[in-house]
Design a protein around this ligand. Structure first.
Ligand code: ZN
Length: 104
């Protein structure tokens, strides 16, 4: 598979992770609203939330695997770039402009 293909896959995983994070935040809110509830309601909410948390972990693993595969496939072309960490601090990083792999 081409590096471009992996990049598209990575973007999709990132979007899924973003959506799952939002869903999990909604469940956090549901738990807060229902924290005094002693009925099954809070248990159901927590058990539903757990499924999304697990799914997020799984997708993060898939994304990592995708990045590893892409990195192995790529003939890296490294560039140096100054990246702002906060308004007062910046840091020099070296990364591949084809696959976004950051050299450590
Ligand atoms: Zn690369």
């Amino acid at each position: 598979m081409s590096v471009y293909h992996y990049l598209l896959e990575k973007r999709s995983y990132e979007r899924i992770i973003h959506e799952l994070t939002a869903i999990i935040q909604n469940y956090d809110e549901l738990e807060e609203i229902n924290y005094q509830n002693t009925t099954d309601r809070i248990n159901l909410i927590s058990s539903d939330k757990k499924k999304f948390v697990e799914m997020k972990k799984t997708i993060e693993k898939r994304k990592k695997q995708c990045e590893t595969d892409m990195c192995n496939e790529c003939n890296h072309e490294f560039i140096n770039d100054l990246i702002d960490i906060d308004p007062d601090t910046s840091k020099m990083v070296r990364y591949c402009e084809k696959c976004e792999y950051v050299e450590k």
